[in-house]
Design a protein around this ligand. Structure first.
Ligand code: ATP
Ligand code: ZN
Length: 813
């Protein structure tokens, strides 16, 4: 018998291994096995298929060890992986690498790290486990090849696997080290007293130490109302001292425990819905429910602040009451903190958060609870689609239009929303897509009856949509060649808003101080050495940064070409706005939210909470301030450079610009309708700005969809984007032309390019691009994908082009 096995590499095909007699009855799809490939590389791979067809072209090796008693991956997940690989033109190994927490991935390069929390009591370990644990304890970390020197080589994987299972060690992840989850001390009742009887017995027989009794009662009260109690809060609310709390813990009544704030599963597991839907929301909820009775996918198009989250919550309740699991997808991790606080109120310990920035121990914990069905709701970014749901009933895809749903690098370059829809087709789950500004593709599908469509076109509380005004920057006095940053009407608006004790959000889609510096004498522009990109000056860190490769350079004050010191700073980023505001409004509290200011996840959360608590008057930010956030005190939103959003050579530019502006506008006036938006533009009559001014999604849709039809862009076609990369410009150009030439028959009429992109060099690789706009018939598309891959192999067979990298991106955005 043979097994087709997936190993976490970008191999064009899965390999086959022979199953030794003694493993036959232990193997089934989804179980991990140890195999070797090449001379001495070893991997933990996943069995995909067991069969009796001996490979005809090579002599298969034998499987070395079986690592799991039960499958770690379910059959439906294997099918999901297969689809992702096929659809997004990558290998199942690459999908596996993205899908599994590192915990499950072992290979010769794996480094295991001792888990300090385990301590040094190794009495539970057998002899061989002990040998490795001992060595780890001393050396702290070991490569699997080093473990081989300690153990008989045939035992390494099973033993390391057991040690990971026993939490003696974990797999080192280089990228994850920077993330330290925020820890807080929580107070818990000792197990013994979670029994009501025991507890009342304790309270009734209390004799001395009345202060401790008071503290305990405060604790019980907080526990009842909030579900969890942090030490800081308990001491504050009860006025008790640390020593009194310690006395209770010493008596074995309470227990203090440090844990990550993101882990919520200690909350009581119950559902409490303490709100009523408005009539409009109720109707939307009814329609969504009916729609999902007969359909797989439904779009909820609800304007900003219409209360889509409340509709989701009701729907989630419906599904978990049926005993099913719910996955709540968000495009970005940054968004999870506000939503989780809202959901937690209603679903307590039923919810878990899952995303790639969590430590693997946390991820594995959630993985297991999802698998057992204990965790009913997962809030997560796209990678949570890979969790082993026991009984998935509903996927909510919030902000479905958001481009962050698409993974860029590395493969699989999948769109979380589209993958969710496929996943639902094989699990029987339903999908609710939600947005105030749906993507054209989704809205088109809804309009053409492929998805159900429910619209919620009024804001919660009968609040009106924010009032939009244009500031024509051509009419604002300024120096020649300079851009308007904060026009007088905007500045006045900000001042007036702050005076009323209300808040302001300013949106500028560029971070840093100035996006480029140009020499006024010779025209020299500070550029990255590795990329064909101008460098952005970051004043805060006093560095020049490349936003493409991340390289950092010292600032220059003189032109590196002619030596002149007449450097002009062009355009402006969030840092410069922040600085301007600090000069113009010395008393205002100003904060900035962008990629640089929220390097770690907590910083983002802290900023949002400070803004919620009105400790910030003006929040300046990039896209980050645009997304799905709910604040109740924002009167004014300023869009500083609308033209910058409209000047891209991309067929989606109008759609994107509309979405960004409508979304950021939607942050204004969410409670009382006092919302006002000022848009600075040199071309206020631009059709997109007119649609934004009217909050006219349908108008924008109707106009754009016609253009898409005319120029055969999605949703009328499917696009596959190819990028070619090589160190030498001549070679990459030649390769791209040769590649396109070879596909001329029969795909010539679908090909756009190849051509050099505007930024033609990134990280020292020269780039060429090519786009295919294919008719939406699945046979043509499948054939074309396979031809594209074949052609890449042919290209690589030519010695000259061997190192040209070809990156296909299906449904590129
Ligand atoms: N039925 C309700 N009862 C009480 N509060 C509600 C109700 N519906 C909505 N709200 C409140 O109205 C505000 C806006 O709702 P929500 O954030 O869900 O809007 P949204 O549709 O998601 O908007 P956006 O697309 O802009 O993110 C929230 O603060 C929410 O708590
Ligand atoms: Zn660069």
């Amino acid at each position: 018998m043979y097994a087709e096995i997936i190993i976490p590499l970008a191999l064009p095909k899965n390999y086959t291994w022979e199953i030794p007699e003694e493993f036959l009855d232990k193997l089934q799809p989804g179980i991990r096995v140890e195999v070797n490939l090449g001379k001495n590389k070893r991997y933990a791979g996943i069995v995909k298929l067991i069969h009796d067809r001996a490979p005809s072209t090579f002599e298969p090796k034998e499987i070395l060890n079986v690592l799991d008693p039960q499958p770690v991956i379910q059959p439906y997940q294997l099918k999901f992986w297969e689809w992702l690989a096929e659809y997004y033109m990558c290998s199942e190994g690459e999908v596996m690498a993205a899908a599994l927490p590192s915990h499950f991935k072992l290979s010769s390069e794996t480094v295991i790290v001792f888990n300090e929390e385990y301590g040094d009591d190794f009495s539970d370990l057998d002899n061989e486990e002990y040998l490795v644990a001992e060595a780890l304890h001393i050396k702290h970390e070991l490569r699997l090849t080093e473990v081989q020197q300690i153990l008989d080589v045939s035992h390494v994987y099973p033993i390391v696997n057991r040690l990971i299972g026993k939490k003696v060690c974990f797999v080192w992840e280089s990228l994850k080290q920077a993330y330290a989850p925020k820890k807080e001390t929580f107070v818990l009742l000792e197990q013994e007293y979670s029994n009501e009887e025991k507890l009342s017995e304790l309270l009734n027989n209390w004799s001395r130490a009345p202060k401790q009794m008071e503290l305990l009662l405060s604790y019980l009260h907080l526990m009842k109302t909030q579900g969890e109690v942090s030490k800081a809060e308990l001491l504050k609310k009860s006025g008790a001292s640390d020593a009194q709390l310690k006395a209770l813990t010493d008596k074995g009544i309470l227990r203090a425990e440090k844990r990550s704030v993101d882990r919520l599963h200690y909350l009581p597991k119950d559902v409490s819905i303490d709100f009523d839907l408005t009539p409009a929301q109720g109707e939307a909820y009814q329609k969504v429910t009916e729609c999902l009775d007969s359909r797989q996918v439904c779009l909820l198009h609800g304007v900003t602040s219409s209360g889509k989250t409340h509709v989701y919550i009701k729907l989630m309740e419906q599904y978990i009451r049926k005993g099913l699991q719910v996955l709540y997808l968000l495009p970005e991790i940054a968004l999870t903190s506000q939503i989780i606080r809202r959901l937690q109120k209603h679903f307590g310990g039923y919810i878990g958060i899952y995303h790639s920035k969590f430590s693997q121990n946390e991820r594995v914990e959630i993985w297991n609870k999802v698998k057992s069905g204990e965790m009913k709701i997962v809030l997560g970014a796209r990678s949570s689609l890979f969790l082993p749901f026991l009984d998935l009933g509903l996927i909510i895809c919030d902000e479905e239009h958001d481009t962050s749903y698409k993974q860029q690098d590395p493969a699989p370059r999948y769109n979380g929303r589209d993958a969710a829809i496929y996943l639902s087709s094989i699990t029987g789950a339903k999908v609710l897509l939600g947005s105030a500004t749906p993507s054209l593709e989704t809205y088109w599908n809804a309009k053409n009856d492929k998805y159900g469509l429910v619209e919620l076109l009024e804001r919660f509380g009968e609040v009106r949509m924010p009032w939009i005004e244009m500031v024509d920057t051509r009419k604002v006095p300024k120096k020649q060649g300079e851009k308007v940053m904060l026009s007088p009407p905007l500045l006045d608006g900000i001042k007036a808003t702050i005076e009323k004790g209300r808040q302001v959000i300013l949106f500028q889609n560029r971070r840093g101080y100035t996006p480029y510096q140009v020499c006024s004498v010779c025209g020299w522009i500070a550029q990255c050495r590795n990329c064909d990109v101008s460098l952005t000056y970051h004043k805060y860190s006093n560095k020049l940064k490349c936003h493409y490769c991340g390289n950092i350079y010292p600032p220059t004050h003189t032109c590196l070409a002619c030596g002149s010191d007449k450097l002009l700073q062009k355009s402006f980023g969030t840092e410069k706005i922040e600085e301007l505001l600090e000069t113009d409004l010395p008393d205002a509290r100003i904060s900035r939210m962008d990629f640089d200011s929220v390097r770690n996840k907590n910083a983002h959360d802290v900023l949002i909470q400070q803004f919620e608590q009105k400790k910030i008057d003006v929040l300046v930010g990039t896209q980050m301030v645009v997304k799905g956030l709910d604040f109740d005190n924002v009167d004014l939103v300023g869009i500083l450079d609308a033209d910058g959003l409209l000047h891209f050579a991309d067929f989606r530019v109008n759609e994107r610009a509309f979405q960004l502006m409508e979304q950021v506008s939607g942050r204004a006036g969410r409670r009382d309708g006092a919302g006002r938006v000022l848009i600075q533009s040199g071309n206020p009559s631009h059709p997109v700005l007119q649609f934004v001014a009217q909050h006219d999604y349908t108008g924008m849709y109707n106009e754009e969809i016609e253009k898409r039809r005319m120029f055969f862009y999605p949703p009328f076609s499917r696009v596959i984007h190819l990028t070619f990369k090589h160190k030498e410009r001549d070679i990459v150009m030649e390769a791209a032309y040769a590649y396109a030439q070879a596909l001329e028959v029969p795909y010539g009429k679908y090909i756009v390019g190849p051509a050099e992109p505007v930024i033609n060099r990134v990280r020292n690789m020269f780039l060429m691009e090519m786009l295919l706009k294919l008719p939406r018939d699945s046979q043509t598309i499948a054939k074309c994908k396979s031809d594209l891959l074949k052609q890449a192999a042919i290209l690589h067979a030519n010695k000259k082009f061997r190192t040209v990298v070809v990156v296909p991106d299906v449904d590129a955005i």
